[in-house]
Design a protein around this ligand. Structure first.
Ligand SMILES: Nc1ncnc2c1ncn2[C@@H]1O[C@H](COP(=O)(O)OP(=O)(O)OP(=O)(O)O)[C@@H](O)[C@H]1O
Ligand SMILES: [Mg+2]
Length: 173
């Protein structure tokens, strides 16, 4: 629970996903965002231990949103920005990995507060490192190992937007 002002509205888990099944979920989310680019004002956090698949999920989502070329893990840069076009609408996507943030104040010192508050899609690994500075989270995605090649994903929806995305993922199966 990252934001006391936003209680959990709903949660859903998908079990035993191989990477292809995880990619398919990311692709379904991308399709839902494409259908109405205003949906892309969404802040998603990604939780799970090292190697859980947070970056892998994000890469599949970015690819499905039209990002070409190499998708770096933003471990050192903290934030990697992308510009995508959904329909005819340009959307800024920020992929953050805050693992190396040792104190939430570095979030402010690094000048990340303003760009991360701007409209667009935010995908944030290791959000715990920013403490409460992160602001409202629409949904928190928790990835856990089932075994070497399978994960389970739990989607926690905290806002109407995070809930709408979850419903879209559930209903498009
Ligand atoms: N079902 C699966 N879903 C996701 N990744 C999988 C799966 N099976 C195997 N993998 C592999 O597990 C690794 C996940 O690494 P990834 O970098 O995505 O983890 P991460 O959660 O971002 O870790 P970190 O906290 O270090 O950033 C990748 O090498 C990926 O190929
Ligand atoms: Mg990662």
């Amino acid at each position: 629970m990252l934001d006391d002002d936003h209680p959990l509205l709903a949660q859903h888990s998908w079990h035993h996903l191989d990477e292809q099944a995880l990619a398919a979920l990311a692709q379904r989310l991308a399709a839902w965002l494409r259908a109405d680019p205003s949906r892309a004002n969404l802040r998603l956090t990604l939780h799970g231990e090292l190697g859980a698949g947070k970056t892998t999920w994000t890469r599949h989502l970015l690819r499905a949103l039209g990002v070409q070329g190499r998708i770096q893990s933003p471990t050192f840069a903290l934030v990697e920005p992308y510009e995508v076009t959904l329909g005819a609408t340009p959307v800024t996507v920020m992929h953050a990995d805050l693992y190396r943030l040792s104190d939430p104040r570095e979030w402010l010192d690094a000048g990340l507060a303003e760009p991360m508050d701007a409209p667009g899609l935010k995908l944030i690994e290791w959000p715990e490192r920013a403490g409460r500075l992160l602001g409202t989270v629409d949904a928190a995605l928790h990835l856990q190992h089932d075994d070497e090649h399978h994960r389970h994903l739990t989607w926690h929806a905290y806002t109407a937007a995070g809930f709408a995305a979850l419903q879209a993922l559930q209903s498009s199966r």
